[in-house]
Design a protein around this ligand. Structure first.
Ligand SMILES: [Mn+2]
Length: 404
C-alpha cells in the first residue's frame, strides 16, 4: 500500500539566535512560524505521517510561552500522526516535555531513549522504528533497524497499544527515525550517534529519516533511487539559524509504496531566509543608484517576500567617492529590512599619482602598492585594497569608526 510522509529535523524551536542582534526576535518567531506552516502544508498534502528526526526544541533556551505555543500547534486538529525522536539539543529525560506534556497530546508520539520501539500502523501497512538521545552525547551507534526493537506498539486509530514482541511481524513499509551523524564506510566513531553508511546499507529499512546535519542531503532523481537499498536522508534545518544556513530551506515529502520509494521531493519551509549578495559598484554611482541596484538584486531572489529576509551584502568593485557605508546601510534597511554591509571596495583615486608625493600619504601609498605586488591570494589583495582605501579616507580627515 502507498503512503506519504513528511520528514523534517533540526528545527531548534526556542533558539535565541543572539548573534542576529535586532533581527533575533523576528527569527525566533520565524522558527515557530515555519513549523506552523509545515503542519498546514502537511495537511494540504494529505500526508499520513509527520516525522521529526531530533533537535525539534532548543531545550536549554526555549521559554515557557514558546513551549505553550508549540504545544497548542501540536494539539490543533489534524489528519496525520506526528512521530518524534529526540536529538542532542532536546534529549529525552524524565523531566523533558517529551515525557511530561507530549504524551497528553493526541496523535503525537515521542520515542523513548532507553529502548528501540517499533510502531505498527496496520491501516498504513507501515512499521516505524525509532529511539531518542538520552543525553548530550551518544558515542555508540543507535540504528533502529528491523529486528532491533525491544517493544512494539500498535496504533489502533486513537491509542498506541503494547503488543507482544514478535520481530517477524513487521508491516510492509519500513521506516526508521533517528538523530545521528552519517559516516562513510563502516567506522563508527563519533559523539552524536555515529551511523556508518555500511550498516545502513545492510539494514532492512526502506527509508531512514535522519536529523543532526543542517545541510540537506541532495535529492535523488526518481529514476536514480536504488530500491533494493535503504535510502537515508537529512532534510536539513527547515528554517535557517544563521548565515551558515542561507538561502531557501525545505522539508522532505516521501512517497513509499509496498516497500519501494516512489518519490522524494523538497517542500520549501523557511519563513525568513539568510541571504548573501555580492554587489558590484562603480565609482560614478550615486547613493540612489546603489540602493536601487541592491534592492533589485534582493527582489530578483524573492519578489514577493524579499522584505522578510536578512541580508549580508558584499560591496565590491570601485569605491564611489566619499561613500558613507553606514548611511547606505540605513537607506537599504528602509527598503529591504535587516542588512549588514561588508565593505570590500577598492579605491577609485589614482593611487599611482598619490604614491609619487613626498608626503606621509605618499609613503603610505608606496608601501601598500609594494605589498600588493607580493600578495599570495585574493583575501590578502582585498585586505590591502581596503587598508589603502581606509588609509586614504583617514588622510582626508574622514572618521573611520563607522566603517565596517
Ligand atoms: Mn543535533
Amino acid at each position: 500500500m502507498a503512503i506519504k510522509f513528511l520528514h523534517t529535523a533540526d528545527l531548534h524551536l526556542g533558539s535565541r539566535m543572539r548573534s542576529l542582534g535586532p533581527a533575533a526576535p523576528d527569527f525566533q518567531e520565524a522558527l515557530i512560524q515555519s513549523f506552523d506552516n509545515l503542519l498546514l502544508e502537511a495537511a494540504a498534502l494529505e500526508v499520513d505521517l509527520f516525522l521529526i528526526a531530533g533537535d525539534f526544541l532548543e531545550m536549554t533556551e526555549i521559554e515557557d510561552r514558546e513551549l505553550e505555543r508549540i504545544y497548542d500547534l501540536l494539539a490543533r486538529e489534524r489528519s496525520f500522526l506526528i512521530l518524534l525522536a529526540a536529538g542532542n539539543h532536546d534529549y529525552y529525560s524524565p523531566a523533558s516535555p517529551y515525557a511530561t506534556v507530549f504524551p497528553e497530546i493526541p496523535g503525537v508520539y515521542a520515542f523513548p531513549a532507553e529502548k528501540i520501539v517499533r510502531l505498527d500502523f496496520p491501516d498504513l501497512d507501515t512499521s516505524v522504528w525509532g529511539i531518542s538521545f538520552s543525553s548530550l552525547y551518544q558515542e555508540t551507534t543507535l540504528l533502529p533497524d528491523v529486528g532491533s526493537e525491544e517493544a512494539i506498539l500498535v496504533y489502533d486509530g486513537i491509542n498506541f497499544v503494547e503488543k507482544e514482541l514478535d520481530p517477524d511481524s513487521a508491516l510492509t513499509n519500513k521506516i526508521a527515525l533517528v538523530h545521528g551523524e552519517l559516516l562513510a564506510g563502516s567506522k563508527a566513531e563519533g559523539m552524536y550517534n555515529p551511523l556508518p553508511s555500511q550498516e545502513i546499507k545492510n539494514s532492512k529499512l526502506d527509508y531512514l529519516a535522519m536529523g543532526h546535519i543542517h545541510k540537506a542531503s541532495p535529492l535523488p532523481a526518481d529514476d536514480r533511487i536504488d530500491r533494493r537499498s535503504t535510502l537515508a536522508m537529512y532534510p536539513g534545518s527547515p528554517q535557517g539559524l544563521s548565515f551558515n544556513e542561507s538561502g531557501s530551506r525545505h522539508a522532505l515529502i516521501v512517497e513509499l509504496d509496498n516497500s519501494e520509494i516512489k518519490s522524494v521531493s523538497a517542500l520549501p519551509s523557511a519563513s525568513r531566509m539568510f541571504i548573501e549578495i555580492n554587489s558590484q559598484l562603480d565609482s560614478w554611482q550615486s547613493d540612489r543608484e546603489i540602493i536601487e541596484q541592491i534592492v533589485a538584486q534582493a527582489q530578483a531572489l524573492d519578489r514577493e517576500n524579499y522584505k522578510r529576509h536578512t541580508y549580508k551584502i558584499r560591496l565590491r568593485g570601485q569605491a564611489p567617492t566619499a561613500l558613507n557605508v553606514p548611511r547606505l546601510a540605513a537607506g537599504l534597511r528602509e527598503q529591504i529590512g535587516y542588512v549588514s554591509l561588508l565593505d570590500e571596495l577598492h579605491p577609485a583615486e589614482s593611487v599611482e599619482e598619490l604614491g609619487e608625493e613626498q608626503t606621509l600619504r605618499g609613503l603610505f601609498v608606496r608601501k601598500i602598492l609594494q605589498d600588493l605586488t607580493a600578495v599570495r591570494n585574493e583575501t590578502e589583495r582585498d585586505d590591502l585594497q581596503q587598508a589603502l582605501r581606509l588609509g586614504l579616507s583617514a588622510f582626508r580627515g574622514e572618521t573611520l569608526d563607522d566603517v565596517y
